[in-house]
Design a protein around this ligand. Structure first.
Ligand code: ADP
Length: 494
């Protein structure tokens, strides 16, 4: 294994950020965050429990009920958000190093894609902040009516570890634009960049209490947020299992609306007429991007029988060329999985694949002698009923399935509990259109995959979630409509 580069970064912020200040947790408890390259501890950070959630919600409530953020003009909120984006841009290099250290994601991906996308999100929604308005209603009686689009209130946001800072900005940007106040909890595996981003929010001029950033465990701090009576909405990204718990907690507390962005088992369909070289590139990226830790990964690769053998051979050749190693090294595409639990879970799925008699063509092994690296893995001869074709692995495992006709693949593509995304590679627009209409998923990619844009709604059908993020739909989920009606005096028009 190549010598590990030591990144030159000092972890500056490790405490909870509440009401504009970094503070210890009420209990004084801390927990460690680990380097996925080695499994060694990086540092310890404050651990939020129910009491800290209460303090943070109180600050957010006060900022919402009495503070300036929901009351200033949209223009002013947008101006501050743009300033925030500028500051994140100025600190991008340090943030990228911190993100790679905490998450094991290849550094270039953080520098050139994820953090710039986060910045884009801030600017995109900064642009919306002064364009939020309601309707004038033409009522049937002698009344005047109009609607106000008001911020939903104090929002709780719970994010995962697979794209920590990008998720952070994806969540906070629309909520800030609408004038909401926020309590956001990072994933316990990756608390570091959210704290750094909290400091920059303060420098940008986001008032105290508007953005509160907690670190802590899901079952403790996350659960306390989900059932909190003074949180008006929860937005969550993570597993379907936890999404269900969050919805239950809402049902049993104050019926807060929930936005859930959950798991997937997305089909990528490659028709006989597709360009095979291009298909290999797209399928490789669809499965192995971020070491397979992507909710909308194209982890079921359906290949039509005419090009099946050629595709399988070339997919294996490409997977073997994947540059695996320390995510700080230039050129490395494939770093470690996030932690021991995920690492063990993925290896277990690989064993299931073998036991269920799928053919393991490449990979399936641990890479290196420490940390949580797993080689890019390919199974072919995969059947729809196998565990590796039904369950979300969240790791670098491609399952290749053979099919004959578009009718058949539509039927099989829909046969999971998930409905996040699907892709089709074909030169035939009629086939692509037919597929797009028939798949019960939130996003369809034609001749591309994993194209995610701020101006394009994202979210799932079925057990992949509720609600949409990004675009105007992402904004609307932080607003609620108030109707205002008043009588009209007699007028010549009535
Ligand atoms: P994964 O299985 O990929 O780690 P999770 O859904 O468990 O994904 O975690 C995503 C986020 O949900 C994390 O911030 C985690 O702390 C949080 N979380 C986990 N369990 C709960 C829970 N019971 N209630 C609320 N949040 C939770």
């Amino acid at each position: 294994m190549a010598k590990m580069p030591s990144p030159s970064v000092t972890v500056k912020y490790t405490k909870l950020f509440i009401n504009g200040e970094f503070v210890d947790s009420v209990s004084g408890r801390t927990f460690e965050t680990f380097d996925p390259r080695t499994g060694d501890s990086i540092t310890s950070v404050a651990e939020a429990t129910k009491e800290d959630v209460d303090v943070a919600v109180k600050a957010a409530r006060n900022a919402f009920d009495h503070g300036p953020w929901p009351r200033i003009s949209g223009y002013e909120r947008g101006r501050i958000m743009n300033k925030y984006a500028d500051l994140v841009e100025q600190h991008l290099e340090e943030l990228a190093v911190l993100e790679t250290l905490d998450s094991g994601k290849p550094l270039a991906g953080c520098q050139y894609y994820e953090i710039p996308e986060g910045i884009k999100g801030l600017r995109y929604y900064a642009g919306w902040a002064d364009k939020i308005h309601g309707l004038t209603l033409k009522m049937s009686g002698p009344y005047q009516g109009y609607t106000l689009q008001e911020p939903i209130g104090v929002v709780g946001q719970i994010i995962p570890w697979n794209a920590p800072l990008l998720m952070f900005f994806n969540k906070i940007s629309p909520a800030l634009a609408c004038g909401c106040t926020i309590v956001i909890k990072s994933a316990e595996q990756t608390p570091l960049t959210a704290f750094y981003a909290a400091q920059l929010a303060k420098e940008a001029g986001i008032p105290p209490g508007v953005l509160n950033v907690l670190s802590g465990f899901g079952e403790i701090a996350g659960a306390a947020m989900s059932k909190h009576m003074d949180i008006d909405k929860i937005s969550f990204t993570g597993s379907t299992e936890v999404g269900r718990l969050i919805m239950e907690a809402s049902a049993k507390s104050n019926l807060k609306p929930v936005t859930l962005e959950l798991g997937g088992k997305s089909p990528l369909v490659i028709m006989d007429d597709a360009d095979v070289e291009e298909a290999i590139k797209i399928a490789h990226m669809a499965v192995y991007a971020n070491m397979g830790q992507v909710c909308c990964a194209g982890s079921r690769v359906f290949v039509q029988e005419g090009i099946y053998d050629e595709f399988v051979k070339k997919a294996v050749e490409r997977a073997k060329k994947q540059m695996i190693g320390d995510p700080f090294l230039p050129g490395v595409e494939h770093g470690p999985q996030i932690d021991k639990a995920q690492f063990d879970k993925i290896l277990e799925y690989i064993e299931f694949g073998k036991k269920e008699k799928a053919t393991l063509l490449t990979g399936g092994q641990i890479w290196g002698d420490r940390g949580f690296y797993i080689e890019p893995t390919i199974f072919c001869d995969v059947k729809d009923t196998m565990k590796i074709a039904q369950e979300e692995i969240f790791g670098p495992v491609m399952s290749i399935l053979k099919f004959k006709s578009i009718e058949e693949v539509i039927e099989r593509g829909n046969k999971t509990m998930y409905g996040l995304a699907a892709g089709i590679l074909t030169k035939n627009i009629d086939v692509a259109n037919r597929f797009s209409r028939a798949l019960r998923v939130g996003v369809i990619w034609i001749n591309c995959f994993l194209v995610i844009d701020k101006d394009c709604p994202f979210g799932g059908f079925k057990m992949s979630g509720i609600g949409r993020e990004s675009c105007i739909q992402g904004l609307q989920s932080y607003l609620q409509v108030k109707s205002v009606i008043c009588p009209l005096q007699e007028s010549p028009w009535l």
